[in-house]
Ligand binder design. Structure first.
Ligand SMILES: Cc1cc2nc3c(=O)[nH]c(=O)nc-3n(C[C@H](O)[C@H](O)[C@H](O)COP(=O)(O)OP(=O)(O)OC[C@H]3O[C@@H](n4cnc5c(N)ncnc54)[C@H](O)[C@@H]3O)c2cc1C
Length: 1021
């Protein structure tokens, strides 16, 4: 027998012969589309702009809007873009009423090339045509992202309707091969789970399966009655495990156990796809009934690599295209080897992948009627025809839907067709020779590309795989990255992995066992107890006491200042490298105790799992980032190179720092302020919030274990009005770092301005207060994204983030479209005890907050219109129903005052100017956001929105250390940026030492750039 490669080549050449016999272009329509593709493939920047323009076009209603966007996207077409484009833009500006409809028509036609019909009736004509060509079908429904249960219900109804119509149309259709037809029902429907449940959380597969099961069972039941086939499509990696689990769970149920006409997708670009396929086969064998698998490479490669790049985690996908190809081939063999239980479908346009499947089937003597090839509608027509001619079973994947929601699908197809890595471009646009296209993919895999995150991905896209190895990494930073990008954040925990899920569950159980424990103060390296204890309760179950904090009084505060003062005199001369290492050790301990600390947060402040984990991640990042920054700032630096004189600029610590933290980021903010103080050489007294004492005590334990010298970090739990006030006024406290309410912040600011007898320093105050954050929604905004991000920003962690969205500003033109989806989306949120995974809205922090927020809701009812309020809340705990007010005017209290709870005010404005005026019209300037796809408007808002952190087309919460230095101005704060390059400077005093180095006219030629011997080692005391 000939080697497999020869067999593959022979079959591949045959396909190419047939493809070339019918010289139809691979993309079935010429003209506009062909020209755009050609331009896109020559110019990456044009491609980006074009695809963005295509995505926004359907949402533009007026010709003038279309032309305005055209101009904004392609205005600089002279520099680099094709001259034709520039000319087109100019002509369009002159004749908008002609150009805009033509443009819209062309793009619609392009979309129609990939979308088989607007609705079920429309698609039938397409399916009939396929039938004449002996091509079968599977139909998929395109639509907007499902953001509410009302939308999910509509989708389910559309699937059912489609199924009925297809079954009715195809009842007399016969199998094109007339063989093995029992394996391949004519009617084939592809479903996506994200369309059927709006609240899928990767952390809560059981919840998703319960909800999805309810929607899917009737559909599967009906499909069985009608003799149809249902395929579970595969989406992003976050949904993969849930999709697999759902498939197995439902099809093991007695009702469906013996039904063979269901299938699922395996994505060969995933590194764990082989394991998943083997698990599925094992499951199938145990179940004892045939099922189907569509093997594909996967449609979300760019999305997965971007996501993991942002999180700094390993991408779940292979990084080299030939790896995906090779894995596709390996899985092809696994499928055929298990043909007795699994029916295979190969979803690929790649002739090599197809020819390989044919060769392996022949090798294993599997009849060609027992598997099928599936290709997308509108793509690779000649390949389909060739396969039919060769006697293979071919099925076309036909999406149906309206143009607007179809744009996301269109953009995916355009990307695929123009991808540098893709087969279609290589064959049909670049005419790469058949021999090259049919090469064995394993031969093309380059030596291992190591590393994670964006740099590894970027590298995978280049031709330089050897360049990224351990040697280029230092202090968690890649030396190849640009300035400002030299810090690597700790990745977030992904609860979609069972292992992480189990660890979190077990941490929660362990933390519960320790409920009621008492936590001491920590002063001068000693644990200190006092008579009074403060209970810290679980806001979801207020009868439960998570722990007791020792209540410090004025005596303990005095002891702490003395201990800090003494420790400072030594710590200030401790080389910065040792101080930085202390933070690195603390970061390591935080990593080790990550689940435990997250679990404490869940119980003590009611944070949902992923929010709690993000808080611990932030604490880890603060330690590592400030350690890195201190290494940058610590060495005295030459100011100017001049002969005969040298001046070194450097920093001294300020002295004793008093850190006052809030409960809403109970580990991160406390840790951020304290670690900045400590690494800068100050001695720190930290006071946690009264509502999160246990979290604070845990952080103290971390630093104790990390080896913080006695007195350098002191832990003082107690009432703000007693110890807080005492220390703010204390003459021996040199610096106050505060994050909390405006009311307290302003008092501290004022009090710190008074110089007391014996005070050495002018007190420095770092003061971060609240916000009344606004997001503006432009007329051309992507509504799916607007809803998802607004809901998350407003109601995530019950709206108790200082960055939370509290004013949504909608332009008239968009108002109805946003509101009709916003309210059902809010109504679909999962509310409950955050100990359960996947909860979005938990309790507010305590009874006082509960009462205050309810009061604001009453004020809102009087001032504005209550548009939505959740009806049911859990019976115990401080749960406030998510609430939305409309008809809110800028001068109303609910539009001006910080509420700090799940209450959203919606304001309606005429245009962007008014929107900016309203957004900027409060006392605060913390975060703000804008949803728009107009480059011109985005630039305007970037320039004019008054907020310390401006976010475009994303949520306005979730700042990441080093990436989004966080903090506001006006009444939101003193303009400091936690997690930013200049943050440590607030904890330091700058100094310059100048020495005349010339002696009798002789001077050394050069002074070193850094000189630190005059600081370290330091005077013995
Ligand atoms: C009928 C049908 C149904 C499909 N259903 C699904 C589905 O449910 N879910 C889904 O996710 N996909 C699905 N796909 C796959 C997806 O839509 C793409 O069409 C497919 O991945 C393209 O692969 P190809 O073999 O045709 O082309 P090729 O050009 O050979 O491969 C392109 C693919 O290689 C992978 N790739 C690209 N660059 C790299 C890289 N640097 N490193 C590693 N891998 C890389 C990507 O998966 C990319 O799509 C389906 C495809 C078809 C034809």
């Amino acid at each position: 027998m000939r080697p497999l490669q020869d067999e593959v080549e022979q079959r591949g050449r045959r396909i190419f012969e047939l493809v070339d016999k019918y010289p139809e272009r691979v993309f079935t329509k010429a003209g506009f589309y062909q020209r755009l593709m050609a331009l896109s493939m020559h110019d990456e920047r044009f491609k980006t702009q074009l695809f963005r323009f295509v995505a926004v076009l359907p949402s533009l209603r007026r010709s003038t809007d279309i032309i305005q966007h055209l101009g904004e996207y392609f205005s600089d077409s002279n520099d680099g873009f094709h001259p034709l484009v520039g000319l087109g833009v100019r002509v369009a500006r002159l004749l908008p009423w002609i150009s805009a409809p033509i443009l819209r028509w062309n793009v619609s036609e392009t979309a129609r090339q990939f979308i088989a019909g607007r609705n079920p009736d429309d698609v039938i004509a397409t399916l009939r045509k396929g039938r004449r060509q002996k091509i079968g079908f599977t139909v998929d429904v395109l639509g907007e992202a499902v953001v509410s249960e009302a939308e999910a219900d509509k989708y389910a109804a559309r699937y059912t309707d489609l199924l009925e119509k297809l079954a009715c149309e195809a009842k007399d259709w016969i199998d094109p091969l007339g063989k093995s037809m029992e394996l391949f029902p004519v009617v084939n429907l592809s479903v996506k789970i994200s369309a059927l449940y709006s609240q899928i959380s990767p952390a809560a597969p059981a919840d998703a399966i319960a909800h999805l099961g309810t929607k899917l069972r009737p559909l599967l039941r009906r499909a069985r009655e009608l003799g149809a086939f249902i395929n579970f499509d595969m989406e992003s990696y976050a949904l993969k495990n849930t999709t697999l689990e759902l498939f197995k769970t439902i099809l093991t149920e007695a009702e469906f156990k013996g039904w063979p006409h269901a299938g699922i997708v395996i994505q060969a670009y995933l590194q764990d796809s082989k394991r998943d396929l083997r698990d599925l086969i094992e499951w199938g064998r145990a179940r004892g009934t045939r099922f189907a698998v569509r093997l594909v490479k996967g449609a979300y490669w760019d999305y997965e690599t971007t996501r993991s790049g942002q999180n700094g985690s390993n991408p779940p996908v292979f990084l080299q295209k030939p790896q995906s190809d090779a894995n596709f081939e390996a899985l092809t063999r696994v499928l055929f080897e298990n043909e007795s239980i699994v029916t295979a479908a190969f979803g690929s346009h790649n002739v090599r992948s197809i020819a390989h499947a044919q060769a392996v089937a022949d090798e294993l003597e599997i009849d060609r009627s027992r598997f099928e090839f599936q290709l997308l509608y509108g793509m690779a027509g000649p390949v389909k025809r060739a396969l039919v001619e060769m006697g293979y079973r071919v099925r076309e994947y036909c999406p149906i839907g309206e143009l607007l929601p179809g744009m996301a699908y269109l953009v995916r197809r355009l990307l695929e067709n123009t991808s540098n890595e893709g087969f279609l471009r290589a064959k049909f646009a670049e005419n790469v020779p058949a021999k090259e296209l049919l090469r064995e993919p394993r031969e093309l895999i380059k030596p291992a590309v190591t590393g994670i995150g964006p740099s590894a991905v970027a590298l995978a896209k280049t031709d330089d795989p050897g360049a990224l190895d351990g040697s280029t990494q230092k202090n968690g930073a890649s030396l190849r990255t640009t300035a400002g990008d030299s810090f690597r954040n700790a990745p977030l925990v992904s609860f979609l992995y069972k292992d992480s899920h189990d660890k979190m569950q077990s941490a929660l159980r362990e933390v519960r066992k320790r409920f009621g424990e008492k936590y001491p103060l920590y002063i001068g390296g000693e644990k200190v107890w006092a008579d009074n204890l403060t209970p810290s309760v679980n806001p979801a179950e207020p009868t439960e006491i998570v722990g007791y904090g020792t209540e410090a009084g004025v005596d303990e505060a005095e002891r702490a200042v003395k201990a800090a003062r003494t420790a400072f005199e030594k710590w200030r001369w401790t080389p910065f490298e040792q101080r930085a290492q202390l933070l690195d050790r603390a970061a390591d301990i935080l990593e080790r105790r990550r689940y435990e600390l997250s679990a404490v947060e869940v119980c003590e402040v009611g944070k949902p799992w992923s929010e709690a984990d993000a808080d611990i991640r932030e604490a880890i990042d603060f330690c590592r980032f400030y350690a890195q920054q201190m290494r940058r700032l610590g060495r005295p630096k030459l100011t100017q190179q001049v002969p005969g004189e040298e001046s070194y600029h450097h920093y001294w610590p300020r002295g004793v720092a008093f850190v006052i933290a809030p409960w809403n980021f109970p580990v991160a903010i406390l840790c951020g302020m304290a670690s900045a103080g400590v690494v800068a050489g100050n001695a720190v007294i930290m006071k946690p919030s009264e509502q999160s004492i246990v979290c604070g005590a845990m952080l103290m334990q971390v630093f104790e274990e990390a080896g913080v010298p006695p007195g350098v970090l002191n832990f003082l739990s107690g009432h703000g009005s007693v110890v807080g006030a005492h220390l703010v006024d204390h003459k021996d406290v040199d610096l106050i770092a505060f994050t909390g309410s405006r009311e307290v912040g302003l008092k501290i600011w004022e009090s710190a301005g008074i110089t007391r007898p014996g005070q050495r320093e002018l007190k420095r105050v770092i003061c971060e207060m609240g916000g009344k954050n606004a997001m503006i929604v432009d007329t051309d905004a992507d509504i799916d994204e607007t809803i998802m991000y607004s809901i998350y920003s407003a109601f995530g962690f019950q709206g108790q983030k200082c960055s939370a969205l509290s004013r949504l500003i909608l332009l008239d033109e968009n108002y109805d479209r946003v509101m009709e989806r916003l309210i059902p989306a809010a109504a679909s949120l999962r509310m409950g005890n955050p100990e359960q995974p996947g909860i979005m809205v938990g309790p507010v922090i305590d009874e006082a907050a509960y009462r205050r927020i309810l009061e604001y809701i009453e004020i809102g009812k009087r001032e504005a219109t209550l548009a939505y309020q959740a009806k049911e809340v859990p019976p115990h705990g401080y749960f406030i129903p998510p609430t939305i007010f409309t008809d809110v005017k800028p001068n109303m209290r609910i539009a001006r005052e910080e509420i700090f709870g799940p209450v959203l005010s919606v304001l309606r404005v005429h245009d962007l100017d008014e929107a900016l005026e309203v957004a900027n019209g409060t006392d605060y300037a913390l975060t703000g956001g804008f949803f728009s796809r107009s480059p011109g408007n985005i630039e305007r808002v970037k320039a004019r929105l008054e907020a310390g952190n401006v976010y475009i087309n994303r949520s306005c919460t979730g700042a990441i250390v080093g990436r989004h230095p966080f903090g506001g101005f006006k009444m939101s704060g003193s303009g400091t940026k936690a997690g930013g390059e200049d943050y440590l400077l607030h904890f330091l005093v700058p100094r310059v030492v100048t020495e005349n180095t010339s002696r009798h006219g002789f001077a050394p030629e050069q002074s070193p750039e850094n000189r630190d011997e005059f600081l370290w080692p330091k005077p013995q005391r």
